[in-house]
Design a protein around this ligand. Sequence first.
Ligand code: IMP
Ligand code: MG
Length: 215
Amino acid sequence: ISLLLQIPDDEKGYKLDLFCVPKHYEEDLDQVIIPHGLIMDRTERLARDIVRDMGGHHIVALCVLKGGYTFFADLLDYIKALNQNSDKSVPLTVDFIRLKSYCNDQSTNIVKVIGGDELSTLTGKNVLIVEDIVETGRTMETLLSLLSECNPKMVKVVSLLVKRTPRSSGYRPDYIGFEVPDSFLVGYALDYNEYFRDLSHICILNENAKEKYKV
Ligand code: IMP
Ligand code: MG
């Protein structure tokens, strides 16, 4: 079991005024729960752990869109920095898949694969799946079972966040950035009906905003 940074349920977070938050979201957020700098520092260490375990082999990093794209880009930058600055290095290629399971703040039972390359290109490869958040675990379990049909050599999953929730199936990723309380989080590419991806910090969405951006 890998280490993770636990954000407790009674975490008060930080006042919005302490950081830079887009004007158009000021009314929608209560607190900054994970500032951007802390996300970056934790991501740097995840990159080191991943290279330690998967290094030596070619890695295909598979980004789960759309929510995973910021974490994916930052994680790969740190892996690239390790490659550039040590005697050992590992070739890295990228691939993308798009999954959708959410409407408003509710996970639906159906996980839809909408776009991406043929998964069959991953046969025989060492695959690192990069995800933003695991809640029930259903999205990841679905993706893992789809992927196993293509016989990759190795599959590891890194998720920036894992939610502490009774709705969890028990699934745990191989690498976890932070374990977070059971609230709806936005920012750093995590969205609510496509909004809040353009926010750097991870914040808790307030109830007004859930109504305001409802579809
Ligand atoms: P799961 O299938 O229930 O594990 O949900 C995983 C997916 O739901 C993630 O890939 C996210 O896209 C989305 N999701 C779950 N919780 C949140 C949240 O708090 N904010 C934004 N998206 C979320
Ligand atoms: Mg996602």
